[in-house]
Design a protein around this ligand. Structure first.
Ligand code: A2P
Length: 275
């Protein structure tokens, strides 16, 4: 099982969770069972992934008590704004079949629309009502993050951003550290593109681990929260099997050299605006 990381509101999140983007709804229950059997206690979904009902079934059927699981979902771009977000939250909770959510995130800031402050106020209200334990953001930039905090005085517990060995986001991590915000990483395997780097294979040979396990261990040792996604039970189990070895300083330095200025795979959060 993954260790817990304490957030700025006192709640503790399992450091490694299962990402479920592109996981078909009908496959979700079996894959969640595979994940919890392998030790996962954290699942990261989103309204946009259109699998919340399947995730909900998986949560109920996996045999793990609800209070031992950490469940994250996100409000989609179309549903930003105060009232729309409250409605979207109800819909997500109905699909998930949950009474209380562990973490609710704004999926993208979309600065040009300028609705993220009102959306954030809805998340603050949901937390006040006790319907969600922790609130945070995803794909926020330095500008949108600082404006959000200035406007409301409420600091997100984390910002979930693209981060992997080929795109290490040192500046965002430093900003998060200054603000007391944890960094959560989507596509920690660079959507598997980074896994072909020979450096990861070499380090893996030394430790008897795969390139994916080396990449994930690198996140763990950088105090990052990480949500690798896989729809394959063996790889799901392998991805959490990273807590029985340690990368040494030389390994970490070698992985640091894999960072690329143009290493981003997904949309740029400063300009991304889509439905
Ligand atoms: P699959 O679902 O067939 O396992 P990321 O989390 O960076 O977005 O990467 C997800 C991609 O990496 C998926 O295509 C997934 O494919 C693949 N993947 C996940 N875990 C592993 C692993 N341990 N080894 C190789 N590929 C993996």
């Amino acid at each position: 099982a993954a260790p817990l990381i304490q957030l700025n509101d006192g709640n503790k999140i399992p450091q490694l969770g299962l990402g479920v983007w592109q996981m078909p709804e009908e496959d979700a229950p079996a894959l969640i069972k595979a994940a919890t059997d392998a030790g996962y206690r954290h699942i990261d979904t989103a309204a946009r992934y259109e699998n919340e009902a399947g995730i909900g079934r998986g949560i109920r059927d996996c045999g793990i008590p609800r209070e031992d699981l950490w469940i994250t979902t996100k409000v989609w771009n179309d549903h930003q704004g105060y009232d729309r977000t409250l409605t979207a939250f109800d819909e997500s909770m109905k699909k998930l079949g949950l009474e209380v959510l562990d973490l609710y995130l704004i999926h993208w800031a979309m600065p040009a629309r300028d609705t993220y402050i009102d959306t954030w106020k809805a998340l603050i209200e949901l937390q006040t009502q006790g319907r969600v334990r922790s609130i945070g953001v995803s794909n926020f930039t330095p500008d949108t993050l600082t404006r959000l905090i200035d406007a409301t005085g409420v600091v997100p517990v984390l910002n979930q951003i693209e981060l992997h060995p080929a795109f290490q986001q040192r500046e965002m991590r430093a900003l998060h550290d200054r603000l007391g915000i944890k960094t959560e990483c989507w596509s920690p395997l660079g959507q598997s593109q980074v896994l072909s780097r020979s450096e990861l294979a070499e380090i893996g040979e030394k430790h008897g681990k795969s390139p994916a396990q080396i990449a994930l261990r690198w996140h763990v040792q950088n105090d990052l929260i990480v949500i690798p996604k896989s729809a394959n039970p063996e790889r799901i189990a392998a991805n959490i099997d990273v807590f029985d070895f340690t990368l040494d300083a030389e390994d970490m330095a070698k992985i640091a050299t894999l960072d690329r200025a143009d290493g981003r795979i997904g949309p740029d959060p400063a300009t991304a605006d889509f439905t």
